[in-house]
Design a protein around this ligand. Structure first.
Ligand code: GTP
Ligand code: MG
Length: 196
């Protein structure tokens, strides 16, 4: 249960993030996939993380303190074509450094748009997490945007790809920031992660 959620700080330098003295989980995924919206849905605070219809809204590493005890982190999206190459590389370096160096990180949720067929960039990112030992789980987003059967089909296709890459497929959740689908299940999973 999330009783309290507060913004702490935004950083472009992973080295300047808050002291890694408490458990932390982070949300990552393509620009516009719904990372910030999911944070707002999970915390029940609709303006906690800034969202936008336009991709590229979140550009920094954003720390939120949850229940005065653990951190939830909103990251910029990957794969956003409309920023110039230098900016893009900067974000990618920042995200990679954060994911590889953040010692208190106990879980990373890779968000996947449930409306789409498996996308190369997402599969590659998950493979990178696996190779680097970044503890990743999958969150399918925007399930309210199409029929249940279409969501189920895309989830099935994605998981099949995961089985081709990994011996053990990552944990996954099907969610909607609009209807709250999957929130409880995801929060229970996060609770276990930050407890350890
Ligand atoms: P960046 O910060 O740009 O990387 O994007 P983001 O992944 O944080 O996405 P954001 O939460 O800003 O959402 C992008 C758009 O998708 C917004 O217009 C949201 O309202 C919409 N959106 C996000 N999640 C959902 C969802 O579950 N259902 C519906 N219908 N719309 C959603
Ligand atoms: Mg965002």
């Amino acid at each position: 249960m999330i009783k309290k959620a507060e913004f702490v700080i935004s950083n472009s330098d992973p080295g300047k993030c808050p002291n890694p003295d408490r458990a932390e989980i982070a949300f990552i995924g393509r620009s516009n996939v719904g990372k910030s919206s999911l944070i707002n849905a999970l915390t029940g605070k609709k303006d906690l993380a800034k969202t936008s219809q336009k991709p590229g809204k979140t550009q920094l590493i954003n720390h939120f303190m949850i229940n005065d005890r653990w951190y939830m982190v909103d990251l910029p999206g990957y794969g956003f074509a409309k920023v110039n190459v230098k900016v893009k590389q900067g974000w990618e370096n920042m995200i990679q450094t954060y994911l590889l160096k953040r010692e208190n990180l106990c879980g990373v949720f890779v968000l996947i748009d449930s409306r789409l067929e498996p996308q190369k960039i997402d599969l590659e990112f998950l493979l990178w997490c696996g190779t680097e030992g970044v503890p990743a789980a999958i969150v399918f987003t925007k399930s309210d945007k199409q029929s249940k059967s279409k969501t189920a089909l895309n989830v099935h296709k994605f998981l099949k790809k995961m089985e081709e890459i990994f011996e053990e497929a990552p944990d996954y959740f099907v969610t909607s920031a609009e209807t709250g689908q999957g929130s409880e299940e995801l929060l229970n999973f996060i609770d276990d992660l930050v407890k350890e």
